[in-house]
Write a protein that binds this ligand. Structure first.
Ligand code: MN
Length: 422
């Protein structure tokens, strides 16, 4: 698949280390990354852009990190001479920064947090390199308070939402100016590509409430895509798990997550986006469908007989699938897991969870509505807990919040390292 211009592959929201109700997804991730490498090589991709949420948590398991590093190492020596990785809200900037200087030797650029002291100079650069500039990147990671405050040059905002909106807008304005400056230095008009990890107003979260919860928890602020004027030839977004263009603009895209992050995301198509930049033309965008490496199936039934028949059928149609059982009848027939586990033992299916569709468990009041706690990462639930706290008492300042989050991550890491064999 040869080409003349500059070709990127845009993806995001890998959430490496994600597990499905304690079931490891390591093999799915391994299969995805090996597929991704093949796709990059087959399509002669020049640069890979990953717009945030590389890892599922701020302290990813060793197994998740091993996948990440071995994938990046395997790209070395292929057509893909550049990789740009930005941090999402799930990523810990310091975790991503650990290997930054080593990865630089492999032409992998990690932008974990905006360099406030140097006026965000780390986010704007040319690819493939300064000697042979073909495109200009404005690669912003997820913007936390410090970066938003610096972007606003300490101007005050009326509300938290306004702070995020105005700060984000000011940030991309600054990046655009840096890109223009770089263009002037180069002496020609190169395509400008923005990377951002945010919730763009007008984007569709999901048909499904649970997906919505997963994606925007801890970040209810959305920003208007007017912050990306046409000076940005392409905007590679991350954060929303469903692939889409935003506000009808072809050039503003979410790639979506390559793997479904739960049963509620299982029915949508996953893609990565190939984007070609040629002189004086709008970018050409081509989605490539990501195979589903392991099916996720929901079996619903009004009674046990119906459910048992569907289990047998699923075993033939989708062997090895992860299965969620939903009892949609009235009343209770007892512990579904106990009653169905012997049925599953005769199959290749993986019985992940069983639930009564019409019952709300009283233990789940922290997670509002009818969402399932196990659909969320511990960090998200903690984040939500902090928000609840802020409703009844006062808001935490940045320092206090950072201390609480730090302490939580430390405990989480201890628990995970003590409990998991990975
Ligand atoms: Mn995110």
């Amino acid at each position: 698949m040869s080409h003349t211009g500059f070709r990127i592959l845009h993806t995001s929201d890998w959430h490496l280390g994600n597990s499905l109700h304690d079931r490891s997804r390591q093999e799915e991730y391994r299969a995805f990354l090996s597929w991704l490498k093949e796709t990059i090589v087959t399509n002669e991709v020049d640069a890979l852009l990953v717009s945030g949420d590389i890892f599922d948590t701020g302290s990813p398991s060793n197994a998740a990190q091993e996948l990440y590093f071995s994938f990046l190492t395997q790209l070395n020596g292929t057509c893909c001479k550049n990789v740009v990785i930005t941090a999402g809200n799930h990523d810990s900037p310091s975790t991503l920064n650990v290997a930054r200087s080593v990865l630089e030797l492999l032409h992998v650029r990690v932008i974990a947090s905006p360099d406030v002291e140097n006026h965000f100079a780390n986010e704007v650069f040319a690819l493939p390199n300064a000697e042979n500039p073909q495109v200009i990147l404005c690669a912003a990671p997820y913007l936390r308070d410090k970066a938003l405050q610096a972007s606003l040059e300490n101007a005050k905002a009326a509300t938290d939402e306004e702070f995020v909106r105005a700060g984000t807008k000011a940030h991309f304005e600054k990046l655009k100016n840096l890109a223009r400056q770089l263009q002037e230095n180069v002496g020609k008009s190169l395509p400008i590509i923005a990377m951002a990890h945010l919730y763009a107003a007008g984007s569709i979260l999901s048909e499904n409430a649970a997906d919505t919860e997963y994606t925007v928890v801890g970040n209810l602020e959305n920003v208007n895509v007017e912050i990306f004027p046409p000076a940005f030839d392409y905007v590679a977004l991350g954060h929303i798990h469903r692939a889409q263009k935003v506000a009808g603009e072809d050039r503003i895209r979410y790639s979506g997550s390559p793997l479904p992050m739960g049963f509620d995301e299982a029915n949508r198509e996953s893609v990565v986006l190939l984007v070609d930049f040629e002189e004086n033309n709008p970018p050409k965008i081509r989605p490539i469908s990501v195979p589903q490496f392991r099916k996720m199936v929901t079996i619903s039934g009004e009674n046990l007989n119906e459910i048992r028949a569907k289990i047998a059928k699923a075993n033939l149609e989708t062997p090895k699938a992860f299965v969620r059982v939903r009892f949609t009848g009235t009343g209770s027939v007892g512990n579904l897991r106990d009653m169905l586990s012997s049925d599953f033992e005769k199959t290749t299916l993986e019985f992940v969870k069983a639930e009564y569709a019409n019952r709300v468990d009283g233990s789940q009041t922290i997670a509002a509505d009818d969402c399932d706690l196990s659909e969320h990462s511990p960090t998200e639930i903690f984040d939500r807990r902090l928000r609840e706290e802020e409703k009844s008492t006062k808001k935490f300042d940045d320092k206090m919040r950072a201390r609480l989050e730090g302490a939580f991550q430390e405990i989480l890491k201890l628990v995970q390292e003590g409990g998991a064999q990975e």
